[in-house]
Ligand binder design. Structure first.
Ligand code: N2P
Length: 367
């Protein structure tokens, strides 16, 4: 017998099936904000294929930029990647969601010692998943530096770029500094024999005066442009991030040009830190964020990223999947003696932060 109710139910079911087949059903989305040049070319594609989650990916090249968005709120992002000391300050003002480790079965893959180190910035590792760790050192064009400064160029220390006489000569072949006051000030303080984490305003005055002596010789302050410029021979020296400079080296090999770039951690010591993934407290796609965090803690996935970006990751069982030129690279995995010289950055009181920002503006203007 004709039954209108059953007929309607069947028609409704058909409509729902065809709507979901036609993709009308809500897609799963994930919004990620990461540093530029910080992922393998196929990471996102593979993740999307495996999970059906659609990733919207945007990039930045300074902690200040990310922090501005986090402080304003409603970033629209489900995952962001501050550096460890920035995360520490940001958690204090409550911008992140604590992690539910029960949703992260791959958390056990993380190196316990590195987690302990990161806990200095994130007690009990409550908010952050370590992504990569790095140093801030010097990249240079071997031939151009030799030609400019001669055979005894100090290519083992900060003197190469922080001694005003050397930098003045190098300015002829092009000099790039990171546009990152929270890294350049501690680097200069350390070079001048002062505490890189000083809270004494007088020390910042001294460092600013030193930077003012250098600034005429600095072609530009920019944090992501230097990769290409080093690789093309447009600059001959850069204060930059370890992996970025090694990406420049890889680019010269790929282009098969005769440019010879090297990276070193200066003998006086350098900054080392983690960049970490965290979930903003107003994130909307939380399950998707956890899915991605689990994904990048897969040994093979994170090893592929390290192989591509030349940064060290924190997944202990990823080691077998790393290329030999990554594993055996002392610029990525420094020797114990060099490790001794590395220092991390502490969160500064607001007074010093403001002083650093003001002094940075002064260094950057009137050049
Ligand atoms: C990658 C940027 C490295 C991280 N291009 C700097 N925190």
């Amino acid at each position: 017998m004709f039954n209108i109710v059953n007929w309607l139910k069947a028609a409704m079911a058909l409509i729902l099936i065809s709507l979901s087949l036609s993709g009308f059903a809500k897609d799963r989305q994930l919004y990620i904000y990461n540093w530029s040049s910080y992922i393998a070319p196929d990471t996102l594609k593979n993740f999307e294929k495996q999970t059906g989650i659609n990733v919207v990916y945007d990039v930045f090249d300074s902690n200040e930029m990310l922090e501005g968005k986090l402080m304003a709120g409603n970033t629209g992002f489900d995952l962001v990647v501050p550096s460890d000391s920035f995360l520490e300050r940001q958690t204090k003002v409550g911008v992140f969601m604590p992690l539910d480790k029960n949703k992260l079965p791959n958390y056990q893959n993380l190196d316990k010692n590195l987690l302990k180190m990161l806990a200095q910035h994130d007690p009990d590792n409550r908010y952050a998943i370590p992504y990569m760790w790095l140093t801030t050192g010097i990249g240079y064009n071997v031939d151009m530096v030799k030609k400019t400064l001669g055979d005894d160029a100090p290519i083992d220390g900060w003197d190469l770029v922080l001694n005003p006489m050397n930098l003045k000569k190098l300015s002829n072949c092009g000099v790039a500094f990171l546009d990152a006051p929270t890294e350049i000030f501690p680097t200069v303080l350390n070079y001048l024999g002062l505490n890189p984490n000083s809270q004494n305003p007088d020390d910042y005055k001294i460092a600013t005066e030193h930077l003012i002596k250098l600034r005429q010789s600095i072609t530009y302050f920019h944090s992501s442009k230097l990769i290409n410029d080093l690789a093309n021979g447009d600059i001959c020296v850069a204060v930059g991030w370890s992996g970025d400079i090694m990406q420049a080296i890889a680019a010269t090999k790929e282009a098969n040009n005769d440019i010879n770039i090297k990276y070193y951690i200066p003998k006086e010591g350098a900054i080392a830190y983690f960049d970490v993934f965290a979930i903003p407290k107003d994130a909307e796609n939380i399950d998707e964020a956890y899915a991605f965090l689990n994904y990048i803690m897969e040994p093979k996935v994170i090893a592929d990223i390290s192989n591509h970006v030349f940064y060290a990751n924190a997944v202990s069982n990823a080691y077998p999947y790393l290329d030999d030129n990554i594993k055996q690279n002392p610029a990525i995995y420094p020797s114990p003696e060099i490790m001794e010289k590395l220092f991390s950055l502490q969160v500064m009181p607001p007074k010093i932060d403001k002083l650093m920002t003001r002094s940075w503006t002064k260094v950057l203007t009137d050049r």
